[in-house]
Each structure stands twice: as structure tokens, then as C-alpha cells.
Design a protein around this ligand. Structure first.
Ligand code: SF4
Ligand code: SF4
Length: 186
């Protein structure tokens, strides 16, 4: 959209004009579908790969819901605030569209998955699946393939703390790998 990644539904024309004149009389706005996802029709793309990757990292809190669990574990205000920010991800794909490492046929999972891995690992109950998520993070396409260019954080419409997520997941994965090495798991 006008040479940048963004959502046409929430981009304001006056901001584009103020930025570089895009949208003014002599510089029309061009709308294009995202290039990293299969196009279904017009601007409509298929983002199902993002949901497949959410399943890969077990992006859920494992409770069965069949009986009362009582009060949950105490959570710090700091963790709650971080998780609130990460919970705002809407799987829009902007971070992946802007990412030089993310390619349609590639293995790299991208910033959205790093954010959601931190989101679920940071939760006391969600963390029961932390090891499984970090196994995915240490595979091909995981955190070590991130080039740290930070294009993702610049285009996220929800201002998710993606740099923090990448750094924290990188550290968690390193600790996990060392632990696996000494316990002979992987
Ligand atoms: S930091 Fe760069 S390589 Fe890593 S996820 Fe963000 S845009 Fe992609
Ligand atoms: S992290 Fe931001 S840019 Fe990426 S999918 Fe979520 S809301 Fe969209």
C-alpha cells in the first residue's frame, strides 16, 4: 500500500500524505495484496500458514474445562501487562510481509509466532507446554533464523513488543538447548 506494509482498513490517507505525499493529487495510492501469502481474490490472501504455525507451537493454555480449577496461580503485574500486549496480535500478517527472512515456501515462522510463543510460555499454566514450544523454536525456521532486522516491529499495527519477544524467546531457546544437551534429550 503506497510502497509500505499496512492494513488498508485502518490506514489514514492524511497520514500517508503527511509521510511522503502518497495519496496527494499527483501521487495516487496503490493497493496491492500481500506478496508472502497466496492470493485468493483481489486483496484477499490466504493466511492459513499462520494458523498452522500457531498449532505447531501449541498456541493454547492446556486446561480441559470439565471441572472447577479454583483460583489460578498468582501472576505479577508486569507479566500481566506483557501478556496483555501480546494478546492483541490479530494474525494480520504484516510482520511477515515486511520480514526479509519470511518466504512463502520457507520454514521460517516469523515474528508473530515468536510473540505468541512468549505469550503462552509466560503464563503459569500455558508454560506446561513450554518445552514443546521451545523444541519448535530450535528447529529449522525457528528463532536462530531471525536476522534481527526489526522490520516486523515497525509495521505491527498493534505495536506488539516484538523485539522483546524475539530477545526473550532467543534466551529461553538457548537455555532449553543447553538443558537438552546435558540431559541427552535432543
Ligand atoms: S527481526 Fe527481522 S528477521 Fe526477525 S522476525 Fe522481525 S523482520 Fe523478521
Ligand atoms: S505480531 Fe503484529 S503484525 Fe504480526 S500478525 Fe500480530 S498484529 Fe499482525
Amino acid at each position: 500500500m503506497g510502497g509500505t506494509v499496512g492494513q488498508s482498513c485502518s490506514t489514514l490517507v492524511d497520514e500517508l500524505i503527511a509521510r511522503d505525499g502518497t495519496g496527494s493529487k499527483d501521487n495516487p495510492i496503490t493497493l496491492e495484496p500481500m506478496s508472502k501469502f497466496p492470493v485468493i481474490r483481489d486483496l484477499f490472501v490466504d493466511r492459513s500458514s499462520m494458523f498452522t504455525n500457531l498449532k505447531r507451537i501449541k498456541g493454547w493454555v492446556p486446561i480441559d474445562g470439565t471441572h472447577a480449577l479454583g483460583a489460578g496461580p498468582k501472576e505479577s503485574q508486569e507479566d500481566q501487562e506483557l501478556r496483555y500486549q501480546l494478546s492483541r496480535c490479530m494474525t494480520c500478517g504484516c510482520c511477515l510481509e515486511a520480514c526479509p527472512q519470511f518466504q512463502p515456501e520457507g520454514q521460517f515462522v516469523g515474528a508473530q509466532i515468536f510473540g505468541q510463543t512468549l505469550y503462552f510460555n509466560n503464563h503459569e499454566t500455558g508454560a506446561t507446554l513450554k518445552e514443546d514450544r521451545l523444541n519448535v523454536m530450535q528447529e529449522e525456521g525457528g528463532i536462530s533464523d531471525c536476522g534481527n532486522s526489526q522490520n516486523c516491529v515497525q509495521v505491527c499495527p498493534k505495536d506488539l513488543p516484538l523485539v522483546e519477544a524475539i530477545a526473550k524467546i532467543g534466551r529461553q531457546t538457548t537455555v532449553h538447548s543447553i538443558k537438552n544437551f546435558f540431559t541427552g534429550k535432543k
